[in-house]
Ligand binder design. Structure first.
Ligand SMILES: CC(C)(COP(=O)(O)OP(=O)(O)OC[C@H]1O[C@@H](n2cnc3c(N)ncnc32)[C@H](O)[C@@H]1OP(=O)(O)O)[C@@H](O)C(=O)NCCC(=O)NCCS
Length: 178
């Protein structure tokens, strides 16, 4: 392989949309409907990245994310999907895609980044935990295949380390009538 190029998702290119869907559908145990892809890609096109094999100009990996307000008190980034084509694995491509997504979410002022992954997915757990994501919860029978998931979080700001109840008390001090 000659080199890998990384690009932000181009929302006006329908081929990129179907390419992302194909890359993810091939690898994930959970089938996603087209509406799930539209939900992420139409609302947060700036939080999706592709990796390309420069030699053949072919997409070989992607990451799909979103960010929104969690419990009304902190901005939570979310990694929804990540996949790298089998023959290109083990070369740091996923790590680079995650880094690009993290940088975009930091720039977007996220307080933390969350994701779920199957407890049996050793590659994903190794990858994320090496990038400082922390296991927060085990979600029993989370997937359609009855598999459990781990919920992982990467705290980015101090807000991420404070319970949302206490953050909402700050937003509405005791002498405030609401
Ligand atoms: C998980 C996945 C995205 C990793 O992609 P990749 O491009 O091979 O990963 P990288 O080369 O960037 O590896 C990054 C780190 O993960 C580790 N890793 C990758 N595959 C691994 C494996 N099978 N077992 C253990 N560790 C692994 C690497 O050793 C590397 O660790 P290091 O930073 O200590 O060197 C890829 O295997 C994949 O697409 N799997 C199917 C879809 C999937 O599981 N997505 C994640 C769902 S949340």
């Amino acid at each position: 392989m000659s080199g890998v190029r990384y690009t932000k998702f181009n929302i006006s290119n329908d081929v990129e949309f179907s390419t992302i869907k194909k890359l993810i559908d091939e690898d994930l145990s959970e089938p996603y409907s087209i509406y799930v892809y539209r939900f992420f890609l139409n609302q947060w096109p700036d939080l999706t990245y592709l990796a390309w094999d420069e030699g053949v100009d072919k997409p070989i990996g992607c990451i799909v994310c979103k960010s929104d307000l969690h419990n009304g008190v902190r901005l939570r980034g979310y990694i929804g999907m990540l996949a790298v084509e089998k023959q290109y694995r083990g070369q740091g491509i996923a790590k680079k895609l995650i880094t690009l997504a993290i940088d975009a979410m930091v720039e977007g002022k996220c307080d933390e980044i969350m994701l779920e992954t199957e407890c049996s997915n050793a590659a994903a757990l190794h990858l994320y935990e090496n990038m400082a994501f922390i296991r927060m919860k085990r979600l029993f029978r989370y997937y359609l295949n009855q598999g459990d998931a781990f919920k992982l979080i990467l705290p980015l700001t101090e807000k991420s380390c404070v319970r949302s109840t206490f953050l909402s008390m700050d937003a509405f001090p005791t002498n405030t009538i609401v």
